[in-house]
Write a protein that binds this ligand. Structure first.
Ligand code: PLP
Length: 372
C-alpha cells in the first residue's frame, strides 16, 4: 500500500503476510487441481483445505462452497442461475447485484439505510411467479447492517429463495449461514486480506444452482475453468486469519467512534451516516457539508492518506451516490460524504494522521458554506 495511512479497507484490504507466503508457495508448487498425478493431487489438497477454511468462516457445509473469480461473479451466478422468474434486490446493493439482471425489482430502504421489510412483504405478496430475494449483510459504503434474518423469514414464508452478498460483512462480523437462514452467500477474498480475483458462492444446496461459466467440470460442474489454485489457497489462509481476528476487528469500533467524535469536535455540523443503527465496526461514512467529497479524497491523498468517496464523476459532473440517494440523503450531504474504513493494520497514529490532515484541509477549504 503506497499511502502511508491506508483507511480504505472496504475497497480492498492489504494482503496479509501469511497469505502472500501461502500464495507464493502454491505458485512454486504448481499443479492443476484436476490432474491425477502427485503434483495435481497436492494442488487439489490445497484447494480442498481452502474450501474447508472458507466454509468455516461462514459456518457452512464444505460441499456448498463454489470458488469463483470474484465476489462479482458469485453474485452474478446466484442471481442469474437459480431459474427464478422474479428478482427482488435492495436499492443499496453493490452494482454486481443491481446490474446482474435487467429486470431486477428494487426493494426500497428507509432513511436509516435498512431495507424496508414491509415493502418486501408487499412486493412478494403480489403476483409474479417464483422469486429470488437478494439483500446484503452489510453495505459497502455506509457499513449499515441489514436485517437478513427477517428478510429470509419473510421470503421463505412466501416460497422465495434468498441470496445474501456478505462480501463486506465476512471477516468483519460473525457470519453464520444457518443463523442468517439464506440459500446463497457471496464472498470475496480481497476484502479479508486474501488475493484479488477470487471469490466464492456458498450454497445451502448446490442443486439449486446452475452454471454461469461453461466448458469444464470443475467446482462440482458449477464453475468451469482451471481452478486458481494459488488464489484459492490464499483465500483459505485469509479466511482462517479473518475468523481468528474477529474479536480484534470488533475492537476497531472504538477507534472508529473516536475518529468520528474528533471530527465532530472540529466541525459540529458533520453528519455521520448510519450513526444510530448497527454498522460494521470499521466503517465511518461522514459528510462535511460544504467540503466536496472528491476534494477531501484528493487532498488527503496528497497528505498520504487513502480514503474514498462513494460518488463517481461522470461527464464532468459529480453524480449522486445511489446508496445515499436511496436513503433520501440530501445532495449537499451526499456529495460531501467520504468513507473511512479501518482494518487490522490501523493504529491510533493513523487516526491522528487522518484528523490532522482533514482538519487542515477543512481550514484551508473554509468558506461560508463549510461546517463550523
Ligand atoms: N459486493 C460488495 C458489497 C462489495 O463491496 C464488492 C466489492 O467492492 C463486491 C461485491 C465485488 O467483489 P469483487 O471485488 O470480488 O468483485
Amino acid at each position: 500500500m503506497s499511502n502511508a495511512t491506508y483507511l480504505d479497507f472496504n475497497a480492498t484490504a492489504p494482503t496479509r503476510p501469511e497469505v502472500i507466503e501461502a500464495v507464493a508457495d502454491a505458485m512454486k508448487s504448481g499443479g492443476n487441481a484436476s490432474s491425477v498425478h502427485g503434483t495435481g493431487r497436492a494442488a487439489r489438497a490445497g484447494v480442498e483445505q481452502a474450501r474447508g477454511r472458507v466454509a468455516a468462516l461462514v459456518g457452512a457445509d464444505v460441499r456448498g462452497v463454489i470458488f469463483t473469480g470474484s465476489g462479482t461473479e458469485a453474485n452474478n451466478q446466484a442471481l442469474r442461475r437459480t431459474g427464478r422468474v422474479r428478482l427482488l434486490v435492495s436499492a443499496i446493493e453493490h452494482e454486481s447485484v443491481i446490474q446482474a439482471r435487467d429486470d431486477a425489482e428494487l426493494i426500497p430502504v428507509g432513511a436509516d439505510g435498512m431495507v424496508d421489510l414491509a415493502a418486501l412483504e408487499r412486493m412478494l405478496d403480489g403476483d409474479g411467479g417464483p422469486a429470488l430475494v437478494s439483500v446484503m449483510a452489510a453495505n459497502n459504503e455506509t457499513g449499515i447492517v441489514q436485517p437478513v434474518v427477517e428478510v429470509a423469514r419473510i421470503a421463505h414464508a412466501r416460497g422465495a429463495l434468498v441470496h445474501c452478498d456478505a462480501v463486506q460483512a465476512a471477516g468483519k462480523l460473525p457470519v453464520d449461514m444457518a443463523t442468517l437462514g439464506v440459500d446463497f452467500l457471496a464472498l470475496s477474498a480481497h476484502k479479508i486480506g486474501g488475493p484479488q480475483g477470487v471469490g466464492a458462492l456458498v450454497c445451502r444446496d448446490p442443486a439449486l444452482l446452475g452454471r454461469l461459466v461453461h466448458g469444464g467440470g470443475q467446482e462440482a460442474g458449477l464453475r468451469a475453468g482451471t481452478e486458481n489454485v494459488p488464489g484459492i489457497v490464499g483465500f483459505g489462509v485469509a479466511a482462517d486469519s479473518a475468523l481468528r481476528g474477529l474479536g480484534g476487528f470488533a475492537d476497531l469500533a472504538d477507534l472508529r467512534d473516536g475518529l468520528e467524535a474528533r471530527m465532530r469536535a472540529e466541525a459540529n455540523k458533520i453528519v455521520v451516516i448510519g450513526g444510530d443503527v448497527a454498522r460494521l465496526p470499521n466503517t465511518a461514512k461522514v459528510a462535511t457539508p460544504g467540503l466536496a467529497a472528491d476534494l477531501q479524497v484528493m487532498g488527503l491523498d496528497l497528505a498520504g492518506i487513502a480514503i474514498s468517496a462513494g460518488s463517481a464523476c461522470s461527464a464532468g459532473r459529480v453524480e449522486m451516490p445511489y446508496v445515499l440517494s436511496a436513503m433520501g440523503v440530501p445532495e449537499d450531504i451526499a456529495l460531501s460524504a467520504v468513507r473511512i474504513s479501518l482494518g487490522w493494520t490501523t493504529t491510533a497514529d493513523d487516526v491522528d494522521a487522518f484528523i490532522g490532515a482533514w482538519s487542515e484541509l477543512r481550514r484551508r477549504g473554509s468558506g461560508p458554506a463549510v461546517a463550523q
